[in-house]
Design a binder for this molecule. Sequence first.
Ligand SMILES: O=P(O)(O)OC[C@@H](O)[C@@H](O)c1c[nH]c2ccccc12
Length: 259
Amino acid sequence: MILDDLVAATRIRLARRQQHQSLTELKRIVAHQPPTTKSDFLTTLKQPGLQVIAEVKKASPSKGTIVADFPYMAIAQAYEQAGVDAISVLTEPDYFNGHLRYLKTISQQVSVPTLRKDFTIDPYMIYEAKANGASIILLIVAILTDQQLRTFRQLAEDLGMQAIVEAYTAEEVTRALQSGAKIIGINNRNLKNFQVDFTNSLKLRAMVPDSIPVIAESGIQTQQDVEKLAAAGFNAVLIGETLMRSKHKRELITAFRGI
Ligand SMILES: O=P(O)(O)OC[C@@H](O)[C@@H](O)c1c[nH]c2ccccc12
């Protein structure tokens, strides 16, 4: 199962990074960071209308290389100029061709909050996210225990970040809510086989009370898709591939934001 492979690969890389830089050292870097100047993502999400989160992603396990040419900084700047509310940056190198460096550079040069898109399995990765400029981390319910969901989110909040707690099934939405999640992401892509079912988020939306912002993730392609999600009461959409492939990123984002 691909998700198991992803987590195993993440664990191996993590062990290697920890040998180069201890958690103590990382904590020291974080403690000396200047306070963030970025807007508060949770406040943005609670604003009326549909917010757009655009993703910087070179490749994916299901699609392989998405874009041959990957000027990640120019892409992030195009997103920002088009008025996106946050930018998601893949940092997973083996399956998504991501890198922490992308997160760091983009976070330094855009004023919107950035999300470290990765398979968070250890507090070390949360400090790393912070050290590299992220305002938001991802916690995937399918790969974490109830206790990890709670303590990892708490750690992110203690460091001045927020956590998107990502669910794919009704059971996972329940676990996300029980863990005290303040932001929930409902994925349309089954991370166990990478199949996309666009109606998944529509079906599960009603499980989340209105007080908690919900983000629809993955497989969002058209204006009609975004209209359906807005009508279903989603606070935000997270779009990767469609925007990465588009030659008219600004126009597309402007259209989505106007919904
Ligand atoms: O490129 P898409 O289909 O628009 O999907 C974006 C995003 O939802 C997807 O990249 C994603 C959702 N959950 C994840 C967890 C890890 C890595 C990636 C993801």
